[in-house]
Write a protein that binds this ligand. Structure first.
Ligand SMILES: [Cu+2]
Length: 186
């Protein structure tokens, strides 16, 4: 689904929720007797229905999480460090502010092999950033948090060749909107 259709879906759902709030707000203006037994029954039906839906949803989505499978090694490792206000992306570990400056400002963009399993090791040198990965056509593919003191691993197979962009999806300061990184899939 394209991001535009998701936006329209969001608008429709938001209007629907606002409408439900309005209905509930209006219904509380008159005093009524509460049918406790019926309400109790309804609550149980709600509880079991929602639990059922959630279980099915988790069953379908959990196996598709992009976390490392047991015993499986990545073909390529890419190190990513977020810092106000850029992402440094490198094939070698970035350990100091000087290295970060060098990689984010001067190093040529990293090249990732198409179709191979690549592991992004994502961290931050200052505050929380949102590492979000955009395909050449601008579609959001995946995201993870860039957190100081932690390394989050995100494994992907990128089959489409081209220029990928990393943007920040966690408001991190005054120039958050300018924060980006770039790499190529070849
Ligand atoms: Cu940010």
């Amino acid at each position: 689904m394209s991001q535009v259709s998701i936006f329209y879906l969001f608008v429709v759902l938001a209007v629907f929720i606002a409408f439900v709030f309005l209905l509930v707000g209006r219904s509380t203006r008159q005093v009524r007797d509460v049918a406790y037994r019926a309400a109790d029954r309804m609550r149980k039906v709600f509880f079991f229905t929602l639990t059922g839906i959630l279980t099915v949803f988790l069953g379908i989505t959990l196996p598709r999480m992009p976390y490392p499978a047991h015993g499986q090694l990545p073909d390529q490792v890419v190190h990513v460090v977020g810092k106000q206000f850029a992402f440094a992306i490198s094939e070698t570990p970035i350990e100091t502010d000087e290295q970060w400056e060098e990689v984010s400002s001067f190093a040529p963009p990293v090249k990732v092999s198409a179709g191979r399993l690549v592991e992004f090791r994502v961290t931050s040198f200052d505050v929380n950033h949102g590492f979000s990965l955009y395909a050449p056509n601008g579609q959001l593919l995946a995201q993870t948090q860039a957190m100081p003191g932690y390394v989050n691993r995100l494994r992907m197979r990128l089959s489409e060749r081209g220029r990928y962009t990393v943007l920040c999806l966690e408001f991190c300061g005054s120039a958050h909107h300018r924060m980006r990184g770039v790499f190529f899939v070849e």
